[in-house]
Design a protein around this ligand. Structure first.
Ligand code: GLU
Length: 545
């Protein structure tokens, strides 16, 4: 068979050889242990938490080994590619401060020597390798009209665990040169398929850095390596790009395990050294009945990384939560090292969980409360404003206009306190939480039977109100008045004979708190009063419940 002639016939315009391509991609000079990892998303318009999870693992492996992390945009499925989708991806990566050593900028400039870092710009390369395989008799053109449909099957196999036992030799695998020429002369388009070696029922063993030795059924299909529009489906692009770009570890979702034998066959056909895989478990959620299901973009807003940006979660909180999911040892490490940065927690791929992690927003919120409790008021203000500038510009204006006041709001019960309040888990909630700094409260949470007493007490309290000089002074003045008005100033006495009093001092404080904040619970009331100022406090005390 004149394979070389077939290759030249179907690829007359592909003049570059694979050797010439290899010359453009010199082997990376790596020191012992240095790893090269990558994030290879398809820009779909949202960054799924599962993909981000992989990116984060890749990021850590590269950083922990002083290696290289690069970003490759997998946009060969052009129907789906949109400029905005890329923008969303870059925005999310920037929000999380995920820095790559090599990537292509949004305006198309390659940073790094192994580009282009966008697959749609690498079509010439894929064609050259496809041509080589055809010239060696390892791949062939397929003119079946059904071919595009068959790709769907392949795609399904890429994305789901589809166990497909039937062998599938393609009818075009044995076309002669003359038959092929006839199709070409007719102007027919073609896909290129790998001529599988078909090892029958043999099972292929391969090593996975997380799961150890795995095995799966050998590939038995003449699968498509180049679509009729000249673009490669995932397996072909993956084998070529990760080889040329010098990736040493491919971190990808475990849905790819089923098709790994097909990828291994491709590496063999291309004469490439097999790259190490690290198949990470997928992220699950518990439904109302307590059953596990994959986290889904349809039902779970938090499956979209934009959720954390829009709601203003500090990136450190999200990272800490991801580390928790990656390795349960992180929680203990965090307890023992409360002041260390998360980056100091190092893990090896073999320490990544093999059990599917369950996403739990309550847990993330707890971690986030802790992260936020550790930052200074100034920093909290800065983060809040930065977030508001993007997601709530009207709020940002207010914060900026009254910066001094809102810095103090952020400092309440925080700066200098050994146990800062842990009640904020994202920046979105802060406006609602501190609503009484934005507007006078109009709704009060006061029990019906307390209303009369409250009105009576506030009426007296406001009469001679002057801003106290300290928390202590404030409390003493409330205590004195409360005592005069029939409230217990000694809690033991009150507990022994509650019916003799209108309440205790805490009750009197609650009335003031309600008048000023509309809340039963708040940071130190004296601090709130100081921030609001005497006039405003007086005006608020003039309330009738
Ligand atoms: N574009 C593929 C995906 O988003 C990449 C998989 C991989 O990392 O190899 O699933």
């Amino acid at each position: 068979m004149k394979y070389n002639d077939i290759a030249n016939l179907i690829f007359p315009d592909v003049n570059i050889s694979t050797d010439e391509i290899f010359a453009r991609y010199p082997k990376r000079q790596l020191k012992d242990g240095q790893m090269v990892t990558r994030f290879a998303p398809s820009p779909t318009g949202l960054v799924h938490i599962g993909n981000f999870f992989q990116a984060f693992i890749s990021y850590n492996i590269a950083k922990n080994t002083d290696g290289v992390l690069f970003l490759r945009i997998e946009d060969t499925d052009r129907k789906r590619e949109k400029v905005e989708a890329k923008k969303v991806l870059y925005d999310v990566l920037e929000n999380f401060d995920m820095k790559f050593d090599e990537y292509q900028t949004l305006d198309g400039k390659d940073i790094g020597n192994y580009g282009p870092y966008v697959q749609s710009q690498r079509v010439e390369i894929y064609k050259a390798f496809a041509k080589k395989l055809v010239s060696e008799g390892k791949a062939f053109p397929c003119f079946c009209k059904k071919t595009e449909g068959k790709e769907d099957v392949l795609k399904q196999r890429e994305t789901k665990f589809v166990q497909d036992d039937e062998k599938e030799y393609d009818p075009c695998r044995d076309l002669t040169f003359d038959e092929i020429k006839k199709h070409i002369d007719n102007g027919e388009s073609f896909a290129v398929r790998l001529k599988t070696k078909n090892r029958g029922d043999e099972r292929i063993k391969f090593n996975d850095l997380i799961k150890g030795e795995l095995e799966a059924k050998a590939n038995a299909k003449d699968f498509v390596i180049l679509k009729s529009d000249g673009t490669p489906p995932y397996p072909f692009a993956h084998a070529i790009d990760d080889t040329l770009m010098g990736t040493t570890i491919v971190v990808r979702g475990e849905e790819y395990i089923a098709s790994t034998p097909a990828h291994i066959e491709l590496f063999e056909a291309l004469g490439f050294k097999q790259i190490q895989y690290c198949h990470n478990p997928l992220i699950y959620k518990l439904n109302e009945l307590g059953n596990r299901r994959k986290i889904s973009k349809r039902y779970d807003p938090e499956s979209n990384m934009m959720y954390f940006c829009e709601n203003g979660y500090p990136k450190e909180a999200v990272f800490e939560y991801l580390l928790n999911m990656i390795n349960s040892g992180f929680e203990i490490w965090r307890k023992n090292n409360p002041d260390k940065a998360w980056k100091e927690f190092k893990f090896k791929p073999s320490q990544i969980t093999t059990v599917a992690p369950i996403f739990d927003l309550v847990k993330l919120n707890d971690i986030s409360k802790n992260v936020i409790s550790l930052i200074s008021g100034e920093e909290l203000f800065k983060n809040w404003l930065e977030w508001a500038n993007i997601y709530d510009p009207a709020l940002a204006q207010v914060l900026e206009r009254d910066e001094e006041k809102f810095v103090r709001v952020c400092q309440m019960d925080r700066d200098g306190k050994p146990k800062p309040r842990k009640d904020i888990y994202n920046y979105f909630m802060m406006k609602e939480k501190f609503h009484y700094f934005f507007a006078t409260p109009t709704e009060f949470n006061i029990d019906k039977e307390d209303r009369e007493n409250a009105n009576e007490f506030l009426n007296e309290y406001k009469k001679n109100f002057v801003m106290p000089a300290s928390n202590e002074e404030w409390f003493n003045s409330v205590k004195a008045l409360a005592g005069e008005m029939g409230y217990a100033t000694d809690n033991k006495l009150y507990k022994a004979n509650p019916e003799q009093f209108k309440g205790n001092v805490a009750k009197a404080c609650e009335f003031i708190r309600q008048a000023i904040t509309g809340e039963k619970d708040s940071p130190t009331l004296f601090t709130i009063m100081e921030i609001l100022g005497e006039e405003e406090v007086k005006a608020r005390l003039d309330v009738k419940f």
